[in-house]
Design a protein around this ligand. Structure first.
Ligand SMILES: [Zn+2]
Length: 187
């Protein structure tokens, strides 16, 4: 493992945390919570670390439609010069119900090198390049260090992070797909 990764691995896990975003989503069905949700546009926040017990439960890499390991290897080679070492890439635990407001696509726990992808993404209608974007986003957290801003708050999506995120080949397409399809992941 190189020095750069050593530096960041102590960092708290991140969550790709997104809310229903815009009018081009069909909102009629969801209007009762639309107002609350609109204020949280494309918000990402730091997750609470999981309890040790929860960590041990899920280690699935092979989904019905997507093989996360193969996808990770491809992205690691193409975008990161194979710098991410020793990571487990797994589908997270499937919850009974889809969330109402916020859908967490993926998380990274850098201290124990685990990337979890939400198993609701393992569906036929999800484009490969969208899942790749979600995984790319989490992998990028292992590479781009967090920063503290002036008020002492941790910033995980720094300018540098956002710049690097746009280097993903299908970034724009993926963000548009996310806006147009998020409602399908929510109740
Ligand atoms: Zn993030």
């Amino acid at each position: 493992m190189n020095n750069r990764l050593q530096e960041v691995k102590k960092v708290l896990p991140h969550v790709l945390f997104t809310s229903l975003t815009s009018a081009n989503i069909q909102l009629s069905r969801h209007s009762r919570w639309q107002d609350r949700v609109m204020a949280k546009r494309t918000k990402r926040k730091i997750a609470r670390p999981k309890l040790p017990l929860q960590r041990q439960l899920e280690f699935e890499t092979d989904g019905r439609y997507f093989d996360l390991r193969a996808m990770f290897e491809k992205l690691n080679s193409r975008y990161f010069g194979n710098r991410l070492r020793g990571y487990k890439i797994i589908w997270g635990k499937r919850r009974q119900e889809r969330p109402r407001e916020n859908f967490i696509f993926g998380t990274i726990q850098e201290e124990d090198h685990i990337i979890r992808i939400n198993p609701w993404l393992d569906q036929r209608f999800v484009p490969t390049w969208f899942l790749e974007y979600v995984l790319y986003h989490e992998m990028l957290h292992a590479i781009v260090p967090d920063q503290m801003n002036q008020s002492g708050r941790r910033c995980v999506h720094t300018d540098e992070f956002n710049r690097r995120e746009r280097e993903f080949r299908f970034y724009k397409r993926a963000r548009r797909w996310e806006e147009e399809n998020l409602a399908r992941f929510l109740r």
